[in-house]
Ligand binder design. Structure first.
Ligand code: MRU
Length: 349
């Protein structure tokens, strides 16, 4: 399988190579990012997307952005580092993994301030690689912890794409399904198509089909009916940012799925690495929600489907309150029940 993203080459001439997810499922084509501006554009236009993958891409984006400054003096290298990290930080506002990864690279640059730029860029590439490897390990651990929650023969539902395409590893929510299937459990996954950009239809349905896991695609508005018909007995989704009390921002429509799950007595699980928690925010109220352009709704995939000039509101994420979440599945184990105390305990363990 083609990796979602990978670094090729050394610190001075290497490139970030990633699958252009806007072309899926019709075409699985890789693109090369040899400038941080290209990485910025790839994140903003969702060629690479999903909170953990955005973090890894941004870390490598810092390295490509610094290549032209590797032979400059330390002050000029430092100035360029801040310019590049500020630019990448402006690509998308909600997924905290982006800021987490950029801060991690800036911290390394501070700690290693005595190094010459040529050595520092090598060290920053090492750190970006470490973020990628840790992400792979976190995905595997999330899968192991989450698989225990699912019964052999279960129908499960997911929203958006929290799979390998959204991370450097096996995914978060989909890693739970992959691990359960590896344990010999039979699952049937219902994938919400995820309007307006169809990550569920284009990416989740594709990933599951590639791995031979039975998947049924539904429109977002069908989830409650699917629950009423008892086709699913658990929901597992990913997250873009989780506040200290467990309130969770994820793809728009997740909140409605959580409400429907509550109404039908179905457990609603969030699967996310600890890099997705933002303990500086006491509740989800402070999570910045990205608003995207109206054309994503009025001209989805190139065809006008609404009257010219109609008012549009297009938030890309919503916040599911902690009380609707049965458990958060992290690489360090389960947070259950979802309370501020339990979040603190697991995230800081
Ligand atoms: O706009 P996207 O496609 O980046 O949104 C992605 C999601 O909402 C995912 O569920 C989330 O980032 C978790 S990915 C492991």
């Amino acid at each position: 399988m083609t990796p979602t993203l990978q670094w090729t080459g050394d610190a001075f001439h290497g490139r970030l190579v990633l699958i252009d997810q806007t072309l899926l499922p019709l075409e699985c084509r890789e693109i090369e990012c040899d400038t941080h501006e290209r990485v910025f554009e790839s994140i903003r236009s969702l060629r690479v997307r999903g909170a953990p993958a955005i973090g890894v891409a941004a870390a490598y984006g810092v390295v490509v952005g610094l290549q032209s400054a590797a032979s400059k003096d330390p002050a000029e290298f430092r100035r360029r580092l801040l310019e590049v990290t500020d630019r990448l930080a402006a690509s998308r506002p909600t997924a905290v993994n982006l800021f987490w990864a950029l801060d991690r690279l800036k911290r390394v640059a501070d700690e290693e301030a005595g190094l010459a730029p040529r050595d520092l860029i090598v060290r920053l590439l090492e750190e970006a690689r470490a973020i990628e490897v840790e992400d792979q390990e976190m995905c595997a651990a999330i899968g192991r912890h989450g698989a225990e929650l699912l019964r052999d023969g279960a129908g499960v539902l997911t929203h958006c794409n929290a799979g390998a395409l959204a991370t450097a590893g096996k995914g978060t929510a989909l890693s739970v399904f992959f691990s359960a299937v590896e344990q010999g459990k039979r699952l049937h996954v219902y994938a919400d198509e995820t309007r307006p950009l169809l990550q569920g239809a284009r990416l989740t349905a594709w990933e599951l089909s590639q791995r031979g896991i039975p998947v049924t695609l539904i429109c977002d508005s069908m989830a409650a009916q699917v629950m009423r018909e008892k086709r699913v007995e658990a929901v597992v989704v990913g997250a873009d940012r989780i506040a200290a009390n467990g309130d969770t921002a994820n793809k728009i429509g997740t909140y409605s799925v959580a409400l429907a799950a509550k109404a039908h007595g179905i457990p609603f699980y969030v699967a996310a690495p600890t890099s997705t928690f933002d303990l500086s925010l006491p509740t989800g109220e402070g999570i910045p929600i990205e608003e995207r352009k109206p054309e994503e709704i009025t001209h989805g995939f190139g065809r006008q489907t609404a009257p010219t000039g109609v008012n549009v509101y297009n938030p890309a994420f919503d916040v599911t309150p902690a009380e609707l979440i049965s458990a958060i599945i992290t690489e360090k184990g389960l947070i259950r029940p979802v309370t501020t105390e339990n979040v603190q305990q697991v995230v800081n363990s």
